[in-house]
Design a protein around this ligand. Structure first.
Ligand code: NG6
Ligand code: CA
Length: 505
């Protein structure tokens, strides 16, 4: 008996190790930027063709109730990585050009949780979660940043491409920076003759419509000022190609280990300047052409997985960081060329909004050989990926970490009967006091501040004056037009209480 026990134990350990390895797929999260529910072929778009993403959906699960957790970028990315809603932390609204690192080193993140199970980890693309402490040292070491919260490698656009500077950050440094030409980034005009989108408006290759009128780079004026770093600057047109190239190389180098790649596309955020070969591809103008570029990126990543025989060992999650917007500060034809295209699908609102269009976005999972193709109405959110990936790898979440992340793995894997979340709180940029709560098929909207900026961004008109609280029954009214709170006061009260409880939890 004494001899048998270590033997059995050994057998058990090796069997369980085997089981874990088989269940440790590579994970790629592809996050699009400002992509709406209706912007893809597989979600009903006809004015733009997205064959690669449609293929991903046909081979995996396409969610009809997939969400990001906020209707702007920084809070969604914060809560995706940390598994905790952004409104619980100060300073998680849209990050300005020189924002310091928003996620404190040592915080458990999707990357750190997977790294502890032997994953190689990288983020390639748009960051927008701040760098450095108390501010970025553009000419020195840019830390803390992704490498201090669980990533082994990064190649980043520091914020978002309508904000300065247009340089790549590779690991802790600005890539290709010549020390003789230091990079300066600031909020004030560096000199009275510094060319801006106001003083040199007639030279711009794309005019601005609001904001975005400070330093000019590549014929486009941006938010914020910068000088120097000429050898480090990139062309907007080349961003997507560069990130695909870097991702393919990184996947190839790390294929022996399980890997986690966060591919953070900049498409289809403003300024929408896809590569020349995509310009003019659609009738929707540059916004549509950027969707084609995004689709191309997804296709290239899929090809790499096929070439390396990794498609059956890789879970891909495709999602967006917030809903759609047409005019977000540049005159790029998005409004004029929209035609009958419904960027938010059947929903109202979009970017900046707590209506469904703000956060209900494309959401697709694919793991060839493991996930049975399906369309699922289970409610899942980007905030749930942390707990779900942890569960997939047998990682116990640390105390006080990933507070809002629910394990929805069965739903992500398309298992029959998997329900996903029972409810979901939806936030905007985080300072308005506006929130949404989806509970089952009901939706509560709390508007503390009239969503006035939405006139510019939404595709569906809203009533002039809206009450603080309104209630909608989504199966009958996906566009949240018919407030049914008077007919369902108990439902309304229950949801107000649940919203308050979640906000103060
Ligand atoms: C807004 C910008 C908008 C966009 C957004 C962030 C103006 C007038 N508007 O402040 O253009 O950059 O911030 O978008 O400057 S996000 O998707 O990264 O959250
Ligand atoms: Ca965004």
């Amino acid at each position: 008996m004494f001899k048998l026990r270590p033997l059995l134990l050994g057998l058990w350990v090796s069997l369980s190790a085997f089981a874990t390895a088989a269940d440790q797929p590579n994970i790629i999260v592809i996050m699009a930027d400002d992509l709406g529910y209706g912007d893809l072929g597989c979600y009903g778009a006809t004015a733009v063709k997205t064959p690669h993403i449609d293929q991903l959906a046909a081979e995996g699960v396409r969610f009809t109730s997939g969400y990001c957790s906020a209707s702007t970028c920084t809070p969604t990315r914060f809560s995706f990585l940390t598994g905790t809603f952004a409104f619980r932390h100060k300073g998680t609204g849209i990050a300005p050009p020189s924002a310091p690192a928003i996620i404190t080193p040592g915080t458990a993140t999707v990357a750190s949780l997977l790294k502890q199970k032997g994953y190689k980890t990288a983020v390639i693309g748009k960051w927008h979660l701040g760098l450095g402490d108390p501010e970025p040292d553009w000419n020195g070491e840019l830390k803390p940043g992704p490498l201090e919260i669980g990533f082994d490698h990064c190649l980043l656009l520091p914020t978002t491409n309508d904000r300065v500077p247009q340089v790549y950050v590779q690991d802790h440094r600005v890539l290709n920076l010549d020390p003789k030409d230091p990079l300066w980034v600031g909020t004030k005009m560096p000199s009275p003759d510094h060319p801006t989108g106001i003083s040199h408006r007639d030279t711009l290759k794309m005019d601005w419509s609001h904001g975005h009128n400070q330093t000019i780079h590549n014929g486009i004026s941006r938010i914020g000022f910068y000088t120097g770093g000429e050898s480090a600057r990139f062309r907007d047109e080349d961003l997507a190609d560069r990130w695909v190239k870097e991702s393919n190389a990184w996947i190839e180098q790390n294929q022996a280990d399980p890997f986690f790649l966060f591919f953070a596309s900049h498409d289809i955020h403003v300024p929408r300047i896809p590569h020349e070969r995509f310009q003019g591809n659609t009738s929707l103008g540059l916004r549509g052409d950027s969707i084609v570029q995004l689709d191309w990126c997804v296709g290239e990543l899929m090809k790499t997985l096929d070439r390396l025989n990794l498609s059956e060992k890789t879970l891909i999650v495709f999602c967006s960081d917030n809903g759609p917007v047409l005019d977000d500060g540049y005159k790029d034809g998005a409004v004029e060329k929209i035609g009958t295209h419904q960027a938010a699908g059947p929903f109202s609102g979009g970017k900046y909004s707590v209506l469904e269009g703000g956060t209900r976005t494309p959401f697709i999972t694919r793991w060839k050989g493991r996930i049975q193709p399906a369309v699922s109405d289970a409610m899942v959110c980007t905030v749930d990926l942390a707990a779900s990936f942890a569960a997939l790898n047998g990682v116990t979440l640390p105390e006080e970490a990933c507070l809002d992340s629910q394990n929805v793995l069965p739903a992500l894997l398309g298992e029959s009967g998997a329900k996903g979340r029972a409810d979901l709180l939806q936030q905007d940029n985080g300072t308005s006091g506006n929130f949404g709560l989806r509970m089952g098929e009901w939706k509560l909207v709390r508007l503390k501040k009239p969503a006035k900026s939405q006139a510019k961004v939404t595709l569906r008109a809203r009533p002039e004056k809206e009450p603080v609280h309104s209630l909608y029954y989504l199966p009958d009214d996906p566009a949240e037009m018919k407030d049914v709170s008077a007919a369902h006061p108990e439902q309304m009260q229950q949801m107000i209480q649940r919203m308050d409880a979640l906000l103060t939890a």
